[in-house]
Design a protein around this ligand. Structure first.
Ligand SMILES: NC(=O)c1ccc[n+]([C@@H]2O[C@H](COP(=O)([O-])OP(=O)(O)OC[C@H]3O[C@@H](n4cnc5c(N)ncnc54)[C@H](O)[C@@H]3O)[C@@H](O)[C@H]2O)c1
Length: 439
């Protein structure tokens, strides 16, 4: 099929290359000239495992362009994959989605299906339907369908190729059939529903996962108070198939381009309809506090942080991505700078983007060793493999004072205990063997 994709971010590019890998002719439209020139040279503008390899292997079926008119003119299916960032008041900013819709309305010359893959609030597909009815030539029929995306950054290609479900929110049998054709090469369960339910499935899924994270983080905080170990608690909970083990890792909260904005958007939308979604409201509040939990912990060791040198290990919102959007590191770094702390940062891929935010204020280091050398305190904000595999003894050897505050529970408590460092993590307690006479 002839498919066009609007936007080549994490979702658009992955969708484009994966659909091309299943045999479709795909044209990716990108508005950003820098990204476009990278794509044209065979390079991915996003750091995502497997994308460049798929771009190369499907090169004869993939085109990249800034010329949206040519791309939308004869397409059978057009995927909208542009950003829907947070608006100032918490709601989703749909400007990019409407811009693309206007461009399609002006360019389309054939009947086609416009598929909304961007995460959009309930009712947006209906509004786009109306836009196309009023703005396109009456001789052509543009149908809108909702097909939310569930991939995770870091494993996006795998998640797309092996999706656990494909949600199709359609208005007509024709729309369903065309989308089934698009996904013919993928052997995945398909759920067909109406557009609003499809839009809601995406929000409800992301909000539920955010709730799970905030819940286990609160349990972790309580574990610290009552002397329990959150990892054992999560393990014990997760073995119950009604609960499941995923998203029960405690830490410094969720970040990234989805959970923060999607929780706020659902909360806003509920409020707009005169309903308060209290569980989501609580998840947002818990997360805001959790993000700065390490700073609170740091104050236990240094009542004033002024004049200290801190090593910050990991800045991306999670490992295996270069994305800093809403990463807890941003808030932590801002607080440390505000308090007069000198910061050494290490991250394998995130430093370039961080430098764009803080061109002079930070010392970005090439190795973990350089970042911790001479530091008074170390904060771990992302669980990169290199951090998890780092020799704990080096903290004691290289830091001025070996205080390691770990927001991602990277190290085993026993090993940290043996390494001669002060190690503080989230919600954990070393479970001691029973006293001999009780065994
Ligand atoms: N990132 C994720 O993990 C993820 C997962 C599932 C769903 N989503 C949702 O998918 C959507 C896209 O997310 P993303 O992270 O890929 O966003 P992104 O910001 O990384 O990518 C959007 C791209 O669209 C381009 N763009 C903007 N306007 C354009 C236009 N008129 N024509 C062509 N290109 C244009 C931008 O330059 C950018 O490259 C969002 O709604 C998001 O919530 C994201």
């Amino acid at each position: 099929m002839k498919i066009s994709i609007a936007g080549t971010g994490y979702v658009g590019l992955v969708t484009g290359v994966c659909l091309a890998s299943s045999g479709h002719e795909v044209t990716c439209v990108e508005a950003d000239a820098k990204k476009l020139s990278l794509l044209k040279s065979g390079k991915s503008p996003i750091f995502e495992t497997g994308v460049e390899e798929l771009m190369a292997s499907c090169a004869d079926r993939l085109t990249y362009t800034g010329d949206y008119k040519a791309a939308y003119k004869g397409a059978e299916v057009i995927f909208i994959c542009v950003g829907t960032p947070e608006r100032g008041d918490g709601y989703a900013n749909l400007k990019q989605v409407y811009t693309v819709a206007e461009q399609i309305a002006a360019a389309a010359e054939n009947d086609c299906v416009v598929v909304v893959k961007s995460t959009v609030p309930m009712g947006t597909n209906d509004k786009l339907d109306k836009l196309f009815l009023t703005k396109t030539d009456k001789s052509i029929r543009i149908e809108v369908a909702s097909n939310p995306e569930f991939l995770s950054q870091g494993t996006a290609v795998h998640d797309f190729l092996h999706a656990q479900r494909i949600i199709l929110g359609v208005k007509t049998r024709r729309g369903e059939e065309i989308l089934r054709q698009v996904y013919k090469g993928f052997n995945q369960p398909v759920i067909v529903t109406d557009q609003r339910s499809a839009e809601m499935i995406k929000y409800a899924s992301n909000n539920f996962l955010a709730l799970k994270i905030s819940f286990i983080n609160e349990v972790a905080n309580l574990c610290e108070i009552v002397g329990a170990d959150v990892e054992t608690v999560a393990y014990g909970m997760g073995m119950d198939s009604r609960i499941g083990e995923k998203f029960l890792r405690s830490g410094i909260g969720y970040g990234g381009s989805c959970f923060p904005k999607d929780t706020k958007a659902l909360h806003w939308l509920a409020k707009y309809h005169d309903y308060e979604i209290k569980t989501v409201k609580a998840a947002i509040e818990v997360n805001e506090n959790q993000k700065i939990r390490l700073i609170k912990k740091a104050r236990k060791y240094y009542p004033s942080l002024e004049g200290l040198t801190a090593a910050v290990l990991g800045v991306t919102f999670k490992p295996d991505t270069d994305d800093l959007r809403d990463a807890p590191s941003i808030q932590n770094i801002a607080i440390l700078l505000e308090e007069g702390v000198k910061i050494n940062v290490w991250d394998p891929v995130g430093c370039n983007r961080l430098k764009a935010l803080y061109p002079d204020e930070l010392n970005c280091c090439g190795t973990i060793e350089d970042a911790i050398r001479g530091a008074d305190i170390c904060l771990i904000l992302t669980e990169w493999k290199k951090i998890k595999e780092f020799d704990l003894k080096k903290y004691a050897k290289l830091m001025k004072k070996a205080i390691v505050i770990d927001g991602r529970n990277c190290y085993d408590l026993a090993s940290a205990g043996d390494a001669g460092i002060i190690y503080d993590s989230i919600g954990r307690r070393r479970i001691m063997p029973f006293p001999k006479n009780e065994v």
